[in-house]
Design a protein around this ligand. Structure first.
Ligand SMILES: C[S@@+](CC[C@H](N)C(=O)[O-])C[C@H]1O[C@@H](n2cnc3c(N)ncnc32)[C@H](O)[C@@H]1O
Length: 232
């Protein structure tokens, strides 16, 4: 994999904010994980998060993870770059604190604010560059207390390969060119650009402040559980 933004060739260049603003009104219907798989993933999440604390939800979107966290006694702060996704989230009866912001930039929170942080369902798939991982890992080291946990889910390389090979399936078209991927939503025509990143790359970025384990959730997805430890 290359280390910078490089040439995106013929791939569409959409950013996360404009893509998720365009799909927000039908995100829950078309893109969200529903039913049993959602409930199973939330149960697994609670198991690894442990006792309730203050949870930071990166890419909170329409707030699909919030009821589980709030019911389990967590207080939540959700951050998202899309005002339309946040507007959908704010319609929930309980939605905790919501902040509009870009989590690839310095996080707008004090040191050691959180006992937990999560980034689920492809949220981390659209970094501005490979270097963004190190910067976010440092920020998470700052805002998550010692002993806290960060859980992220990442698509596997197998997922990229399979979806790129099925242009007529699903809600949009996935294009892959080297390290870069672009997804074009069929309904709105909105595009989002991403990087094809291995979970190992993430684990490497987190290694200075976290002990990480990787779990294959399915052929499509890996869960990384990162426990905050003393930085070396
Ligand atoms: C695939 S959705 C997942 C939403 C929710 N976590 C779920 O599982 O349904 C990804 C969310 O991350 C947000 N997002 C993507 N990149 C972001 C960034 N750089 N800063 C803040 N939010 C971002 C998007 O706006 C979107 O709401």
């Amino acid at each position: 994999m290359s280390s910078g933004q490089g040439d995106l060739g013929g791939l569409p260049h959409g950013d996360a904010r404009s893509f998720f603003n365009a799909v927000a009104s039908f995100y829950d219907r078309v893109y969200a994980i529903e039913g049993l798989p959602h409930r199973e993933r939330m149960r697994a999440l609670l198991r690894v998060l442990g006792p309730a604390s203050e949870a930071l939800v990166l890419g909170v979107g329409t707030g699909r993870e919030l009821p589980t966290l709030l019911d389990a006694g967590f207080s939540t702060t959700g951050i998202d770059c899309s005002e339309e996704m946040l507007a959908m989230c704010a319609r929930r009866a309980r939605h905790g604190v919501l902040v509009r912001g870009d989590f690839w930039q310095p996080l707008p929170f004090h040191d050691a604010t959180f006992g937990a942080a999560i980034a689920l369902h492809g949220t981390m798939a659209h970094p501005p560059s490979m270097h963004a991982f190190e910067a976010l890992a440092l920020e998470l080291t700052r805002v998550i207390r010692l002993g806290g946990v960060f859980v992220l889910e990442l698509p596997t390389l197998a997922w990229f390969t399979r979806w790129a090979g099925q242009p007529d399936e699903g809600p949009g078209v996935l294009l892959v060119e080297g390290d870069y991927a672009a997804f074009v939503d069929r309904r709105s025509g909105a595009a989002i650009r991403g990087l094809v990143v291995s979970p190992e790359r993430w684990v490497q970025s987190l290694a200075r402040g976290f002990d990480c384990t990787m779990h294959l959730v399915s052929d499509d997805e890996v869960r990384v559980v990162a426990r905050r430890t003393e930085s070396p």
